[in-house]
Design a protein around this ligand. Structure first.
Ligand SMILES: Nc1ncnc2c1ncn2[C@@H]1O[C@H](COP(=O)(O)OP(=O)(O)OP(=O)(O)O)[C@@H](O)[C@H]1O
Ligand SMILES: [Mg+2]
Length: 389
């Protein structure tokens, strides 16, 4: 059996429709310890073979991404009967919390901070979009889920994109897993909802929405229902920013307008071009801004709980945390009785519970019900069909 890396969970950070995120410690030789973040697929989803296969594929692909504006993926693993990704722990806040903080204090994110953060996201996106394999063939990586919750900022002001490619995996989920994509319609590009061809420009559009929202202090596309939100995305009418925030100069409004062009052919062709225009704008604006300024903004927001955990879940959480033991995924440990990792030379499909099942029994008892399908599950299922594969 191969050597497996072990991880000790320290605390739960957040819990979403598809996964839970924990802070953990990786134990190394000679007492070497490193804090990492672990994103664990919800146990009920780990039984969905196509989803898990794509989740692991995407995780493997994202392990190749190495850039200061992208969260690094270190490992994939299995534990407590389900799969997880081990990644760089970002000690700070997500952009959603920063935006919520500014909403609470009744002031939009300052222009130079919002533009600086967006320019950094552009750098991370441009790197991933342009990445090639060793033979020079473009990998055509598209994030597909650029949202404020997927932009993390350290308390030192470094901006990092997280969850590359995972939206592709969630497109494999069925109607009953509707919770997975709930609330995500407001960051789609028009071509996605119009079922036209999509490419990396969906990420540019989503980033345009985020910048617009930071400056407007409100959501751009948000209807009363998911259906109404989708209609707003399809129409892609962009209210004047300077009308909502007098600090926004015309030049910036034009740049944002180009990122938010309804027609892909008039939108920025690359995240690099979008970022370059933002950086030039900052230079002309003549206001100095750097990571320290972003750090102040983030530290202010860090008091705001990003995703509060439901109180009724607390006892289960405590037991759960004591039980969790995560180990990296090796060929020996890959099998959970499904055929995700077919191994022609070794039969691992039955009998071999290996380390994976160590904690399976009790964890199964703690397992919650399947996510309840939302009343708009038909919109949800239609949406999943649209996600570029
Ligand atoms: N590597 C990380 N370091 C620190 N915090 C993280 C990390 N990854 C995720 N988080 C935190 O966990 C939260 C929830 O992440 P998760 O990806 O499960 O949900 P989401 O981003 O809302 O949805 P999705 O990514 O599925 O669209 C993030 O918004 C962030 O606050
Ligand atoms: Mg995320």
């Amino acid at each position: 059996m191969s050597e497996q890396q072990r991880y000790r969970v320290l605390k739960r950070l957040a819990s979403g429709g598809m996964a839970e995120v924990f802070v953990a410690e990786s134990a190394g030789i000679e007492g070497f310890k490193k804090q990492v973040a672990i994103k664990r697929v919800l146990p009920q989803l780990s039984k969905k073979e196509q989803f898990i296969a794509m989740f692991l594929d995407e995780a493997r692909l994202s392990a190749h991404l190495s850039h200061s504006n992208v969260v690094s993926v270190f490992d994939i693993g299995v534990g407590d009967g389900t799969y997880f990704i081990v990644m760089e722990f970002v000690d700070g806040a997500d952009l959603k919390a920063v935006m919520e903080h500014h909403k609470k204090i009744g002031r939009p994110v300052p222009v130079e901070i919002a533009v600086f953060i967006t320019a950094k996201i552009c750098q991370g996106l441009a790197y991933a979009h342009e990445l090639e394999n060793l033979e020079g063939v473009p990998l055509q990586i598209v994030h597909r889920d650029i949202t404020p919750a997927n932009v993390l900022i350290t308390k030192y002001g470094e901006v990092k994109i997280v969850d590359f490619g995972l939206a592709k995996a969630s497109s494999q989920l069925a109607e009953s897993d509707a919770g997975v994509i709930k609330g995500k319609f407001g960051y789609l590009a028009p071509e996605t909802v119009l079922e036209q061809g999509v490419d990396h420009r969906v990420d540019i559009f989503a980033l345009g929405i985020i910048l617009w929202e930071m400056l407007a202090g409100r959501r751009l596309f948000l209807g009363d229902t998911d259906f109404a939100t989708v209609r707003l995305v399809r129409e892609a009418n962009i209210p004047s920013l300077s009308g909502l925030n007098p600090d926004v100069p015309r030049e910036l409004e034009q740049i944002i307008g180009r990122a938010l062009a309804r027609d892909q052919s008039t939108r920025y062709m690359s995240a690099r071009d979008f970022g370059r225009d933002l950086t030039r704008f900052l230079f002309r604006l003549g206001r100095s801004v750097n990571e320290d300024d972003v750090a102040k903004t983030v530290r202010n927001a860090m008091g705001v709980p990003g995703h509060p955990v439901d109180g009724t879940q607390k006892i289960a959480d405590l037991i759960d945390l004591m039980l969790l033991e995560f180990k990296s995924l090796t060929k020996d440990s890959a099998s959970t009785g499904t055929s995700i990792f077919p191994e022609p030379e070794e039969d691992e499909t039955s009998g071999s519970t290996s380390d994976v099942m160590e904690l399976g029994g009790l964890a199964d008892e703690l397992e919650g019900p399947d996510p309840v399908a939302s009343e708009e599950s038909s919109v949800a299922s239609w949406f999943r069909g649209l996600i570029p594969r």
